[in-house]
Design a protein around this ligand. Structure first.
Ligand SMILES: *Cc1c(COP(=O)(O)O)cnc(C)c1O
Length: 391
């Protein structure tokens, strides 16, 4: 079986985890700030606040930007459900902006048109979450300019994006956003097992994020309403959660970070080989905008049915039968019953997302994929389908 994505763990990674297990702190020890500072310095951003998942990171990012009841958040329909659910956690509502037919990221043209209409209707979003699909950055500068004109805040969902670049600078530098979120799930670029991080340049946002990840509690006398009652003292000054990451996870992340650039280079090698081999009348490879250097979390192809040829579903089944665990990223969020049952979303409002969903396949892309395995994947994609399998 060849998975579409998987982790790459070295003996150094394992040693880093063992070292924490033998140390005094399994959680809230020194590995967490060390990991946060290392990621922040890699990205060229002031603060990193590590949490137990990107889902938690998206939730507290929305809270730190004061998202609440009656507010509206917009995101891309072609994303993991967490990019939209974070709005619902805060009591806000969600709407979607159709994707660009080439990059599959949120379309800036569709965004601008939707903003013009929303202004007329008095329904402008408070927060926009552009998602860097497959690790390719959205057109952040244009989105940022629109945020100034229409007054919304920006959280980049860069769950796929660590190690990627936009206009030559690292994704996560927050030059065009308030907060950027990374995921460290095992299929992502670097892993902590489960984990995520919020990046920001704003000290007040960073402070609020640290409160929300741990019950809304502070131990800093300067943040308290009065002088501490004694050395035991702490105050709950807000309502938060236990979204903390552990030192075990953070140590793994810190060790993985050392190989991040190598991981992304290797992913580019794999992508180049696929690009060269696969483009055809029926297969479209993922267009790369010249302003971007993708982290290549995913390698997405689009399969168009040709007269007399097989469809996407049959291609998918053929590859799965050959032991290649292809996948589909993603089902448009508004297709899920939880969203569809609200009656708020019309599929016909998102023609590019619909077309994408009818053709997309994610094929294996990860750093432990061997050349032989990649060759096998290419051969299986190109191999004509046996007659008996067509029915
Ligand atoms: C993986 C992912 C998330 C959620 O990440 P977790 O760390 O698993 O919570 C959110 N958004 C996108 C786009 C993702 O791919």
């Amino acid at each position: 079986m060849i998975p579409y994505g998987r982790q790459d763990i070295s003996s150094e990674d394992i040693q880093a985890v063992i070292d924490v297990l033998k140390s005094d702190y399994l959680t809230q020890g020194p590995a967490i700030p060390a990991f946060e500072q290392a990621v922040a310095s890699y990205c060229g951003v002031k603060f990193g606040v590590a949490v137990n998942s990107a889902t938690s990171a998206l939730h507290i990012a929305c809270m730190a930007l004061d998202l609440g009841k009656g507010d509206i958040l917009w995101t891309s329909p072609i994303t993991f459900v967490a990019s939209a659910n974070c709005a619902l956690y805060c009591g806000a509502s969600v709407d979607f902006v159709d994707i660009d037919p080439k990059t599959y990221n949120m379309s800036v043209e569709a965004l601008e048109l939707k903003l013009q209409q929303a202004e007329i209707d008095g329904k402008l979003p408070k927060i926009l979450i552009p998602v860097h699909l497959a690790g390719q950055s959205c057109e952040m500068e244009k989105i940022y300019l629109l945020s100034k004109k229409y007054g919304f805040r920006i959280i980049e969902d860069a769950s796929h994006g660590i190690g990627g670049k936009y206009k030559g600078a690292p994704i996560g530098n927050c030059k065009y956003s308030d907060i950027t979120v990374f995921s460290f799930h095992p299929v992502k670029i670097i892993t902590t097992g489960e984990g995520g991080m919020c990046m920001t340049n704003d000290p007040e946002i960073a402070l609020r994020l640290t409160h929300y990840r741990s019950h809304g509690i502070t131990r800093q006398p300067a943040e308290m309403t009065h002088v501490p009652d004694g050395p035991w003292y702490y105050q709950q000054i807000d309502l938060g959660f236990n979204y903390r990451i552990t030192d075990i996870h953070a140590a793994l992340g810190l060790s993985q970070l050392k190989r991040l650039d190598d991981f992304v280079s290797r992913r580019h090698e794999i992508a180049k080989r696929y690009d060269k081999s696969l483009e055809s009348d029926t297969l479209t490879i993922h267009y790369q905008h010249p302003d971007t250097y993708s982290a290549y979390h995913l390698y997405i192809i689009r399969h168009k049915k040709k007269e007399g040829g097989i469809g996407r579903l049959q291609m998918f089944e053929k590859l799965r039968a050959a032991g290649i665990l292809v996948n589909l990223h993603y089902i448009p969020v508004y297709h899920h019953p939880y969203y569809e049952n609200t009656g708020k979303y019309k599929r016909s409002d998102f023609p590019n997302a619909e077309a994408y969903y009818s053709e997309a396949i994610s094929i294996p892309m990860h750093t432990v994929l061997t050349e032989e395995e990649q060759q096998f994947v290419i051969e299986q994609i190109e191999k004509p389908m046996g007659h008996q399998n067509l029915f």
